[in-house]
Design a protein around this ligand. Sequence first.
Ligand code: GDP
Ligand code: GDP
Length: 454
Amino acid sequence: MLPVVALVGRPNVGKSTLFNRLTRSRDALVADFPGLTRDRKYGQAKYEGLQFILVDTGGISGDEQGIDAEMAEQSLLAIDEANVVLFLVDARAGVTSADIGIANHLRKQNKKVYLVANKVDGIDGDSESAEFYSLALGDVLQIAAAHGRGVQQLLNTTLEPLAEAFPDMYVQDDKDTEQEEKDAEQMLAELQASPIKLAIVGKPNVGKSTLTNRILGEERVVVFDQPGTTRDSVFIPMQRDERDYILIDTAGVRRRRNINEAVEKFSIIKTLQAIEEANVVLLVIDAREGITDQDLSLLGFVLNAGRSIVLAVNKWDGLKQDAKDNIKRELDRRLGFIDFARLHFISALHGTGVGHLFESVQEAYASATNRVGTSMLTRIMDMAQQDHQPPMVRGRRVKMKYAHAGGYNPPVIVIHGNQVKDLSDSYKRYLMNYYRQSLKIMGTPIKIEFREGS
Ligand code: GDP
Ligand code: GDP
């Protein structure tokens, strides 16, 4: 579980600048999938050993027209559901009426809000920030997002209080090989001893509730009461083909006490958390709407989180052959870049194709947790190197020496050698595909890390 940080502020204060700085290092995986662009509204942030989910609420204009009306629904929900709210203001512009409007709104929420004065580069930060104390939101933290100044301090100050609740937010990057191999083994043992956590996600109205009910209806389900806030998904243990699963229900199906109770509001943060917590994600797409940007955003998030994935194109019932052909063409065109993910055409309403989903879920999970030893990984690396030599860098040939496993779900392959960090993206992609084909890895992204020297 990772904490959620929401960026709030009127336009032009530097929210996207900060967002980009904090999420840049997590772009590596997205770069492996030409065809995916990064979503600028939410992302996995990783910065100086800390990782968390970051949401740029953007939608706030701070207009006097009544801020509640102006805020996009998801922005309001995001503020409500976030663990930390960073309220950005522009130190150079001073307090504006829009800032006051937002501050008034935030003060009414029962939330820990940190006031952050951005753009303190080249000015006297202390004196320019002083007037923001009038917003009555406590201390003013100073940063220059464009230059990274104060950013680490800001994260330490705001995330440290969450250390106990979210131990996973600390990442350790530089482990030695021996430790890393041990950790990978330990990780695998834990995965194999646990049920498969399967999250059913998708934008509103694609049929998540219908599918969840369909899956649960066919099984003996043990449902237990799980009180929680709206941002928590419900975890439902179930069995299928003699395997234990935990269904992560983002649609809130089992929270409803009776059939007439309103369906829960779609919450992007709940969806992101569910993806983080899952082993395998079932991404539901609406055949009648085709692939939308929101589907692609969710897909990008799943891949970036390293989760296994199965795609379900729902509402396949009652479509004319023409329509089916068109949809298939569009899927080929827009989803061609993840040809390793199984695609199912289903009708959650009638149950058609639903059973087969689990074959792909199992396959994806098996790929993500398949133990491959050092000698095999090194042999495949050698073959790849022989078939297609790495290019020269600064007059020297890059030399890959050996490879070992660095983790599972997603499978992490660590390659050691000389100048390996200088390998081009296209060579890295070649290696990734080579491993994928040699090991027949389906349904999961692979992560390759490069280490200098032996
Ligand atoms: P947003 O609308 O809140 O997302 O704001 P942006 O991130 O787009 O930034 C608005 C403008 O402020 C851009 O021209 C940025 O280059 C500039 N900016 C952002 N951060 C800083 C900073 O730390 N110092 C300075 N001098 N300018 C900044
Ligand atoms: P959610 O918001 O993703 O949980 O979507 P719901 O499960 O509430 O479904 C939204 C609407 O689509 C409802 O009216 C469902 O009856 C309908 N629906 C769901 N699955 C199917 C399907 O397989 N075929 C058709 N034709 N309609 C479906």
